[in-house]
Design a protein around this ligand. Sequence first.
Ligand SMILES: Cc1cc2nc3c(=O)[nH]c(=O)nc-3n(C[C@H](O)[C@H](O)[C@H](O)COP(=O)(O)O)c2cc1C
Length: 324
Amino acid sequence: MIHTPVCDLFQIRHPIMLGGMAGSTSVPLVAAVSNAGGLGTLGIARTPAEQIQPQIGAIREGTKHPFGVNFLLFLAREPALDAALKTRPPVFSAAWARADQDLTSLFGRAHDAGSKVMYMVGTVPEALRAKAAGADVIVAQGTEGGGHVGWMASMTLLPMIVDAVGSTPVVAAGGIADGRGLAAALALGAQGALLGTRFLATKESPLHPNFKQAVLDSDGHDTVLTEIPDVARDNVWPGAMARALRNEFIERWAGREWELRARQPEAAAALQKAQESGDAKNASLLIGQDAGLIRDIPPAGELVERIVAEAGAVLKGRLPKLVR
Ligand SMILES: Cc1cc2nc3c(=O)[nH]c(=O)nc-3n(C[C@H](O)[C@H](O)[C@H](O)COP(=O)(O)O)c2cc1C
């Protein structure tokens, strides 16, 4: 059993969090992680406002334990924020605000709704911005991670953010797929770990089975930081590219982003078709380098237990023996 102050803050048993991945989390996955003692988080950045309350209601039917909801702030619209905060979620998690967005008033509203605020960053200045705005927990996300990430690796970014934010708890994200990763994050000063890619390959994950298999097939060397998925979808992300599997879709457009821009509607339609049909070669598959550590598709709850047990063995068994 590993216990950190974040466990008390969020009232969870294990300092393990599911990344609130929009479109790649689901009510069963969130409930499974929370029921296992971690923090399940539903990514609702692209969920229509009228579907938010029913989905949060379904989580509450699936678990009596705390959970979170996640917004990508640059996309967030008032009706969706309002719908989510009205449900008083235990944790309000967010990332990727534009520079002109007012985090202080948003975090204040979340606190008024009774939520703890967790904000994910990829740089020290963003961490300081989130702390000044009143975030309860800061997630330091390294570039190894899947999805939209910055350019700094966890090994350096995490302790830099821990030093910078002082008393505010920091959780590590990016490149963590097992108990060794959790133990390393704790050693660097984190109070927990937030995992995305690892949870994509679980029984409850909503990913198409072909995409789960693609995570298993990846050796971790075959991901790339790219703007191609965003160009294809006509997204302008504030300060990030995406880490994706370097599959045929990426290869087709690499170095020809100018042409992708010109043919964007056509490319978006082809991409959508590939996402829906489970075509792993032509879809956009956002995964982290830690895919190279993933070899099975366990139930999410079992995975939480496994990671905690493995981290405990490293911290209590292997590491103490190294100290004379
Ligand atoms: C498919 C996918 C979608 C993601 N979507 C979101 C999102 O909507 N909001 C968010 O805050 N983070 C999102 N992330 C990032 C995760 O929260 C997390 O930081 C990242 O997955 C950690 O790295 P890892 O994949 O190596 O575990 C996403 C990640 C992936 C892989």
